[in-house]
Write a protein that binds this ligand. Structure first.
Ligand code: HEC
Length: 187
């Protein structure tokens, strides 16, 4: 309420009361509706401010997508995502390349192993066990495209694990496999 500001305060001296009075006058003037209506720049200012805020919001969203795990860019980042998932399992003690290797080479259901298509040497070119279609090497050292797209990784883990195990792989199994693949040298 104009004019009531400063009332009850300013007991510290006359000059403070004077200052309050000046401020109240200023506030009173600024609150006159006519000032608002005539203040075209401030109306534009608000519009531009809103635009700036929404553009800012888009930039933040885009940046969020870039750092989102769904767009992880390196095998190490993919491994970190798997680790976060696996950590939710009680008793998780980290990934094991040794377990990953035996998991990869062991035949599970349907007489199939991961090696059936990706071969016992994941740095080598593989061949689809049913269609004979060539499959590029799975080890990141031999094929830098591997494990650079979380969506692709998730899709193929799901599909291949279902083929080989009749179920999805656990985060532990996926992490063990990736830990193993990361130890495989170029050739
Ligand atoms: C029946 C054949 C077959 C079997 C068995 C198989 N895969 Fe695959 N795998 C493929 C094909 C085909 C692709 C996709 C083509 C490509 O990316 O070259 C693929 C792609 C992948 C990818 C994608 C990696 C990336 O980032 O590009 C992963 C991970 C993978 N396989 C893991 C496994 C694991 C783990 C097993 C064992 C549980 C397994 N695969 C068993 C055929 C197979």
């Amino acid at each position: 309420m104009p004019g009531t500001r400063g009332a009850g305060r300013g007991s510290s001296g006359h000059s403070t009361n004077l200052l309050n009075g000046v401020r109240d006058k200023f506030i009173f003037d600024a609150e006159l509706p006519i000032h608002k209506l005539l203040n075209v720049t401030s109306i534009f200012g608000e519009t531009w401010m809103l635009r700036a805020i929404s553009v800012f919001g888009l930039v933040i969203t885009a940046a969020g997508l870039l750092v989102n795990p769904a767009y992880a860019e390196t095998p190490v980042e993919v491994l970190a995502v798997l680790k976060t998932e696996a950590s939710a399992t009680p008793g998780f003690q980290g990934f094991s390349a040794t377990h990953g290797e035996s998991f990869f080479k062991t035949k599970h259901s349907h007489d199939l192993s991961c090696s059936s298509c990706h071969t016992d040497n994941p740095a080598a070119q593989g061949k689809h066990a049913e269609t004979d279609k060539l499959i590029k090497p799975l080890a990141p050292a031999a094929n830098p495209e591997r494990f650079t797209d979380m969506k692709k990784v998730a899709k193929w883990f799901k599909r291949n694990c279902n083929d080989v195990l009749d179920r999805e792989c656990t985060p532990q199994e996926k992490g063990d496999v990736l830990a193993y693949l990361l130890t495989v040298p170029k050739n």
